[in-house]
Write a protein of this length. Structure first.
Length: 246
């Protein structure tokens, strides 16, 4: 593999995004990890850039058109030609529908779905000129099975699957593949803080009897980014320990 290939990973300061950025760095990519804050950027610099000198960290608010424009400009000014885009950044604003505020719906759809369209559109133009690229969208098992209290999040992640399939059809002839990875329950900071009873209920839904590891999601992303995955496009890879079988 060409070690000069650039991979952009949004939401790379913690959890699954952090693991994906590290795995791509280990695979030889020059990774550009993004975070919404300066503190997040410093975290990426500590965890990623110190290990992989070709990598870098940049501020990006995926819900802001201005921030996206500035990010792409900085990316190109730094000499990066993105070959891989991992749309991982996401938020939650959980609530039951009858109590959900318009803002809770709008913020989640903006951050988790509209941002994927806007950032992909910008970087696809660069990939088309190179006639090569990989777009990998990080979804969720919730987008396939639903989850009470997460209609906004589930709608965004389900929409991501349809977006992935449609975009894959549009740009396959340009040498660009588009796929999604849908994690189940993964062992991150969020799940570590769950009450024991809630954690037990969660594990009871997973046939393999354990939470997934961020590194297991990252390994799938590295494969989909590789040359060996060039004949795979429009797919959603479910990684959930058997919780949902498509």
């Amino acid at each position: 593999m060409d070690h000069a290939k650039c991979a952009v990973v949004t939401g790379a300061s913690r959890g699954i995004g952090k693991a994906i950025a590290a795995a791509l760095g280990a695979a030889g990519y020059n990774v550009v990890g993004t975070a919404t804050s300066d503190a997040g950027v410093k975290s990426i610099e500590t965890s990623l850039c110190s290990l992989y000198p070709g990598s870098s960290a940049m501020v990006l608010d995926v819900t802001s058109d201005t921030s996206i424009d500035e990010f792409v400009a900085r990316l190109l000014d730094a000499g990066h030609q993105p070959h891989v885009l991992v749309n991982n950044a996401a938020i939650t604003r959980d609530n039951l529908v009858l109590r959900m505020k318009d803002a809770e719906w709008d913020e989640v759809l903006s951050a988790n779905l509209t941002s994927v369209f806007k950032l992909s559109r910008r970087l696809i133009r660069i990939m088309i000129k190179a006639r090569a690229g990989r777009i990998i969208n990080i979804g969720s098992v919730v987008g396939s099975i639903g989850n009470a209290g997460q209609t906004n999040y589930a709608a965004a992640k389900a929409g991501m699957i349809g977006y992935t399939k449609s975009l894959a059809r549009e740009i396959a002839s340009r040498g660009i593949t588009v796929n999604a990875v849908a994690p189940g329950f993964i062992d991150t900071d969020m799940t570590k803080n769950l009450a024991p009873l809630h954690r037990e209920q969660m594990l009871s839904q997973i046939p393999v009897g354990r939470l997934g590891l961020p590194e297991e999601i990252a390994a799938a992303v590295v494969f989909l980014a590789s040359d060996m995955a060039s004949y795979i496009t429009g797919e959603t890879l479910h990684i959930n320990g058997g919780m949902y079988m498509a």
